[in-house]
Every structure is written in C-alpha cells, then in structure tokens.
Design a protein around this ligand. Structure first.
Ligand code: SAM
Length: 444
C-alpha cells in the first residue's frame, strides 16, 4: 500500500521502535464492524441470526454493542440492515461513545454527527429517554444523518443542519454531554479508503487542526458546568490530537482532561481513532428555564383523526401514552405533519431543522397517514397487528404481499424488527414502504 511519504516520516518519528509494526499493519486486511441496535433487537438474537447464516460475529473488546464480521459478508445488503437491527461501523470508532458515557434522560449534543454512527450509538444508550441533538453542517450529509436516525428507530432526537457558531448562540451551558467527532485529516481511513490517502497533506493537517479549534470553542460554550465533552478524530496527527487537547485545556481552564485514548492499527483490531474526555468544573444549578420549548396553542388540525389512528392501530397502553403527549403539548404540528418532541424538548425557532423529533405522520384529506419513522420506532408488541414477512426483499422492492390479518394498518417486520407499514385489505398487504427507499434498495 502506497502511503504519503510525509505521513510515513512523521509516524516514524512519532512511534520510534513501534514504527515497523505500524507500517506492517498496512499489509493486513482492514477490519469490518457492525454495532447491534438495542432499540430494535436483542444482542443474542442478532448473533443467533448471523449464526444461522453461518456468520460468526466476534465481540469488539471496547464497545459492548460492537462486533467484527468477516470481509466476505455483506451485512449492508440484508433486510435486517434496512430494519435498523445494526449499524455498520468501523470498530475503533465505537470506542468514542463508550468514553462519552451517555445515559438515559440526559441532554446530549453530537455536534459533527453525519452520517450518524456515533449519534445512533448514543441513542441506543439513551433508550429513548432524554434529548439527543444530532447536528451536521453540510445539508446533504444532514439528510443522510436523518435517514439513519429514522432507520435505527430513534425517537428522541432533533436532527439539525447548523454551524457550531449558530448553535452555541442558542444553547449556552445547556448540554450534559457533548461529542465533537471532528472533521479531520483521516489518517485512520488509509486502509479503508484509497481516496483519503490522495487527499492527505501536511497542509491539510494544519487546516483541520485550526478548524477543530474553532469547533471546540463553540462546543465548550454549550456544556453545562459539571458536564462532559469528548473530542475525537480518526487521525494520528499530534497537531489535531494531543496539541488540540492541550490547547483546549489551556484556552478554557475550566475544562479538565479526564482520559485520553489512542487506538492504533498495529495495537488494536481497528483502523485507529483518538479520543479525549474533559469535564467542565462546577456543579449545575438551574438558572432559569434555559432554551425550553414554549407550548404553542394547538393549530386547527383534525387531531381526532390522529386519535382514531392511535386507538385503532396501537396497543391501548401506548395509545393512552400518546393521548397524554397530545394533552401536554408534546406533539407539534408543522403544516399538516405531526412530530413527537423528545421529553426534554427545546425551542428550535430560527434553526435549520431536518427532523423535529419523531415524525408521526400527516393529515391527508379525511385520514391520518402514519410516517415511516413511526413504524421504525415501534416494536411489534406495541401495535395491534404486525406481520412477519416471509420474503422481506419483495416488500423492500415495493411489492404487495399476501396477508391474512384484519383490514387496516399493519406493521411489517423482519425477525421481529419493524421494517415499515402495510395496509391489509382483501388478503393482500398494500405496500407503504417509502418509494425513495425502494429505489435505493439493491439486493444481491
Ligand atoms: N460522527 C460521525 C459518525 O460517527 O458517523 C462522523 C463525523 S465526521 C468525522 C465529521 C463531520 O463534521 C462531517 O460530517 C463533516 O461534514 C462535518 N463538518 C465539516 N466541517 C465542519 C465544521 N466546520 N463544523 C462542524 N462540522 C463540520
């Protein structure tokens, strides 16, 4: 493998005697990983399903959700992937959220979040409780992030498309935990992605290091006293890693470095990552309401159609819970579309919002049509009627399939994981899998 000469020279100086082992690791096959999604499936069940396909998943030592899979397997092509049962992720990247330590009920910001590997891991740890703000500055990447949030059945996230500067003005000392998984020179991608080697230069390292400082300056403003911030990169450059870590604590002495982690490809089975965790001094005392969402007077919408839908389709306990959410103003409307705000909702006025919580569905002429996101966030036991698909590939292509249940909305599942809606009538399930996703779905 051809590596940039300046990179090799620097790594030789950086690693000393270990440089030979580091270089030799580039002759080895890259690692392949996936992370099971606790919001959709149990860990043992996923391992058993892969075992049935003669695929042994091997645990990743540093992340309880992580597994290696063999290179000849293509888990991204399985219906289970579309159902959000797992996320394909480079194994060393999984260590970052472990270091962040998210907990249910917290307010967490993932500032550089697309395509969503770490956001969806954070969401899995939060178990639907609390607030996750997943932000991405590049619009097309924010859309990809939003699709992954949806696929993984995340119900408590806002997806924003903002600059760190604008966000920091809106959320001073607001979050319990912040992740800055910064854009970087990507030296840890060299085995995986040939293009990243061609784009690398010492100048690019310097540009990235300067940009990372700007992002970190904004991020630290949004952290509560007593809160935790994790800074991570997938590069080995000291300018971007150790030097920026030192710069951060020098510039903001209220931040104390708690732990620092280097994953290197000759030492661990992964492509490499750097992460540092800081704690902000002080204890959080509530100072006023912060940026809490003001309840708006309900718009004149036919909410009765939504209420009819929940009582017809959802299990009674969940339907009652949605009634409560409606009464508390947690269900917000944008034009004809309803969203369920996370339990710690925030005002997003003036911000570019890609997803304002869980999309529930929209009012059409005289009916309420549920959204795909709602299906993805439901478990089969939460609906009155679900149907395990015998040939999920046909459903994913948009075909109608035979159904013997009662007429009405039916949650289509694969191995017990929701995949989308269908509407049963006359012995068939009319396909409501989104057309945009059908087009993109290729089964080998
Ligand atoms: N955390 C993501 C994951 O695990 O899937 C990967 C994030 S990637 C390393 C860094 C992200 O930062 C990219 O999506 C990139 O578009 C975004 N980015 C680029 N420039 C930025 C800037 N100036 N401020 C904030 N984010 C930026």
């Amino acid at each position: 493998m051809e590596l940039p000469q300046d990179f090799k020279d620097r790594m030789r100086g950086q690693l000393g005697d270990a440089y030979g082992d580091f270089l030799a690791s580039y002759q080895e096959e890259r690692t392949y990983g996936l992370r099971y999604n606790p919001l959709k499936i149990e860990k043992d069940r996923l391992c058993a399903l892969f075992a049935q396909m003669q695929v042994a998943l091997e645990p990743v030592a540093w992340a309880e959700e992580g597994f290696y899979y063999p290179p000849q397997v293509h888990p991204g092509r399985l219906a289970l992937h579309e159902a959000g049962a797992y996320y394909i992720q480079e194994p060393s990247a999984m260590a970052v959220v472990e270091l962040l330590g998210p907990r249910p009920g917290e307010k967490i910001l993932d500032l550089c979040a697309a395509p969503g590997g770490k956001s969806t891991q954070i969401a899995g740890r939060m178990g639907g409780q609390g607030l996750l703000v997943a932000n991405e500055v590049i619009p097309s990447r924010a859309k990809t992030l939003s699709r992954n949030i949806e696929r993984m059945g995340v119900a408590n996230a806002y997806v924003l498309n903002e600059t760190p500067q604008r966000l920091s003005a809106c959320f001073p000392e607001f979050f319990d935990r912040i992740l800055v998984d910064a854009p970087c020179s990507g030296e840890g991608m060299f085995r995986k992605d040939v293009q990243s080697r061609g784009e690398w230069s010492l100048q690019q390292v310097a540009v990235c290091a300067a940009r990372q400082r700007e992002i970190l300056s904004c991020a630290q403003q949004m952290l509560k006293p007593g809160g935790t911030i994790v800074y991570s990169t997938c590069t080995f450059a000291p300018e971007e890693n150790e030097q920026n870590t030192k710069w951060l604590t020098d510039a903001y002495p209220q931040l104390e470095l708690e732990q620092c982690m280097h994953l290197l490809p000759h030492q661990q089975r992964g492509e490499g990552h750097y992460a540092a965790r800081f704690r902000k001094a002080g204890e959080w005392t509530q100072r006023g309401p912060g940026k809490v969402k003001k309840q708006k007077a309900p718009q004149k919408l036919p909410y009765i159609l939504f209420q009819d839908f929940i009582h017809e389709v959802l299990e009674p306990q969940l339907a009652d819970w949605y009634e409560d959410c409606l009464a508390q103003g947690r269900i917000t409307a944008y034009l004809q579309h309803l969203y369920l705000a996370p339990d710690a909702a925030v005002a997003t006025d003036g911000l570019k919002v890609e997803r304002a919580g869980l999309s529930l569905g929209s009012f059409k002429k005289k009916r309420f049509e549920p959204s795909h996101a709602l299906a993805m966030a439901l478990r089969p036991q939460q609906v009155k009627q679900s149907m395990e698909l015998e040939e999920p590939e046909r459903y994913l292509k948009g075909e109608a399939v035979a159904a013997d249940g009662q007429a009405g909305w039916t949650l289509a599942t694969v191995h017990g994981c929701s995949l989308g809606w269908g509407k049963a009538a006359g012995g068939m399930l009319k396909n409501h899998y989104p057309k945009g996703l059908r087009k993109n779905y290729a089964i080998s």
